[in-house]
Design a protein around this ligand. Sequence first.
Ligand code: SF4
Length: 421
Amino acid sequence: MPARPLTLEERLSARGISRRQFLKFCGAMTATLALPSIFTPRIARAMNTSERLPVIWLEFQDCAGNTESFLRAASPGVADIVLEQISLEYHETIMAPAGHRAERSLDEALERHPGQYIAIVEGSIPTAAGGIYCTINGHTALSIAERVCSNALATIAVGACAWDGGWPGADPNPTGAVGVRDAVPGLKNLINMPGCPANVVNITAVIVHYLTFKQLPATDEQGRPFFAYGQLIHNNCERRGHFDAGRFVESWGDEGHRLGWCLYKMGCKGPETNSNCPSVGWNGTSYWPIGAGHGCVGCMSERFWDKMAPVYGRLPNVEGFGVEATADTVGAVAVGAVVGGATVHAVASALRARSQPITAHDGAETLVEAASRAMDVVEQIAGPVKPGEAPATEPATTEPERAIALGVLDEREDRRNGDTQ
Ligand code: SF4
């Protein structure tokens, strides 16, 4: 009798990754995908039983930052677990074969898995002068992207460059660099994951979502998954209380900076950038730019090199507060009086609530509508929640719940208590 193939858990165990660590990973993925925790066993089951998913990873005009991010994931890294569950057929930077043998690997992968592989694209695609600014083995990046992406089960554009041209596409864009969506228009199943780099946790979550539900996660009109890009950083930022109270860092290293106040005046782009950075953290830790004391540079926003520049320039208008007109006044009151801080918070919140309806990512629907749409998506992919499985009203995971599930809040608390372990 042929031997039963090993499950993922068994393969991981052979590599020293325990069942507990595996389940923790599944819990973290559930949280990242903003699903209720009842989905954790389902994700674990699917990860254990699904066939390996063939993946072809293309790199064009880029710095390999997304690959670095993927490989630098924590230990036991998401990369360890996901690499066990995908079959990485081609990846120039980390594959063993080189030259013609590497090219042969790509040809063979395309022949072996027509329409069944995931194409991951990193880097922008130059289109000027027939695309000659980036060629591999005599083929332009443009022709390779057309060949690989048009026959893929799905394409994931990782990082700002693969989304909209990123750094190479910044003005004056001498190579005519564009992202996948413009280089190969009309692609079905294109997922865009902007960022410089994209967070490996989110890339992994897309793959886990596919393995579990056999479909890609719900996206906005720009093809960005809601779970990762559905909320403004500003709305979930750990410094938001300081923003509302008018406590701003005025210069690097001042008292406000040391106390963790809001970085809006130092050029933070969090009020105009959609991302789950505040709850997911980077490289398997709770660290993220704003947490480390630097404002968000808006790297998940469209054409951020052009539109979000200069890095330290203040955003002219922050929706819902009119902070440009009031920040200095509010700040003076807050710094001058302890009681004033609470009052200013209340007044600022009231002003915000009155002046601006709360809107979702596209500014066209309310959060209630967005939440109800999210639940529709959950029901669509998972079927109606059965009685006894969970209360009918159980919401998808919130940002703070996600942060707790991912261990981010615990870790921040440890740091506050001086425990650096
Ligand atoms: S302006 Fe930046 S630092 Fe301040 S609350 Fe918003 S996202 Fe956080």
